[in-house]
Design a binder for this molecule. Structure first.
Ligand code: AMP
Ligand code: FE
Ligand code: FE
Ligand code: ZN
Length: 298
């Protein structure tokens, strides 16, 4: 069993990379990918330890991207067989700046709404890169909400009292960045975008043409019918069918590493498919990697 979607406390998971690595080894997982939001720091921190313990830890990232017709963020997973390099890392650094500004605006908004919360208190929870789950946890700890879902529903989610929009890269730019860094891009939990088969078909036709090579077919938020639909579409567009628990530790207490809500069991064969794609991309001339979207050089 493998798990290709997991968050450490370098983004919005509650557990540290080494603690999660210990858990994965204890559970007997064959492989694990760290896919923190917009950062590789969790992976960087654990990669040597994983190698020393002969554990297959993959370098991954989950990018929050802007989808033209919607105000909702579309999440794109990137997986890398080797280091994605300085250009990609510098780009991630820029995304984190945008997040920091959003976090300041969000804190100010919550204070305007009468909540006595400070940046220092947030940093004590967030450690590295703060996300909305850290705000939710602090609001819960201070008694402003009764649960994390309530914090999102009333305040933090789109349409909530403290909703703050964030600058995000366009989906096609994120896709191009992953490909240019030698990675394989996988569309994360696609049912959050749409559950309609013909709408998903339309979207995938464009994304596959722009270089999307995988799609997250296995995820705790997918019903069995969703999974079947997504596997059919993955087959149709020659996408690797990836999957993972989207583990966030205590921020999503019902989701376990590896098994999700209990019924996730992703075969190691999924990883073989990904690795074949890594190898194929490396053996192709550079022109293959040039996506339809041209990166803007400033
Ligand atoms: P951010 O990247 O800071 O905008 O926060 C997004 C993260 O918040 C997601 O990756 C989830 O971990 C979490 N999240 C988003 N919506 C909800 C929700 N309704 N309930 C709980 N967690 C959520
Ligand atoms: Fe998250
Ligand atoms: Fe996500
Ligand atoms: Zn995730």
């Amino acid at each position: 069993m493998i798990d290709l979607h997991c968050h450490t406390n370098y983004s919005d998971g509650s557990a540290g990379p080494i603690e999660i690595l210990d858990q994965a080894i204890g559970l007997g997982l064959d492989a694990l990918a760290f896919t923190d939001h917009d950062t590789l720091e969790g992976y960087d921190c654990a990669k040597d330890e994983a190698q020393a313990r002969s554990f297959d830890l993959l370098c991954g990232v989950e990018l929050s991207t802007h989808f033209p017709s919607s105000t909702r963020s579309v999440h794109l997973l990137g997986y890398f067989a080797s280091d994605p390099g300085e250009c990609f890392r510098a780009w991630l650094g820029g995304l984190q700046e945008g997040r920091r500004l959003r976090n300041v605006a969000l804190l100010l908004r919550l204070r305007e709404l009468g909540m006595d919360i400070s940046w220092d208190e947030l940093e004590a929870i967030g450690k590295k890169q703060m996300g909305r789950p850290h705000f939710a946890k602090l609001m819960l700890d201070k008694g402003y909400v009764a649960s994390i879902p309530e914090a999102f529903h009333r305040y933090l989610a789109e349409g909530g009292l403290a909703w703050v929009d964030r600058d995000e890269p366009a989906l096609e730019e994120a896709l191009a960045r992953v490909i240019n860094a030698g990675g394989v891009a996988s569309l994360a939990h696609p049912v959050r975008i749409n559950r309609n088969p013909s709408d998903l078909h339309l979207l995938l036709a464009v994304l596959a043409q722009q270089g999307l090579e995988a799609m997250e077919c296995f995820h705790p938020e997918h019903t069995p019918a969703d999974t079947q639909l997504l596997l059919g579409l993955a087959d149709k567009f020659d996408l690797a069918a990836t999957g993972g628990s989207d583990f966030h530790g205590s921020y999503k207490p019902d989701v376990k590493l590896g098994s999700g809500r209990g019924d996730l069991n992703i075969s190691a064969a999924v990883l073989d498919d990904l690795r074949e794609r890594f190898a194929k991309n490396r053996s192709l001339p550079d022109s293959h990697a040039a996506p339809a979207y041209q990166l803007k050089v400033s």
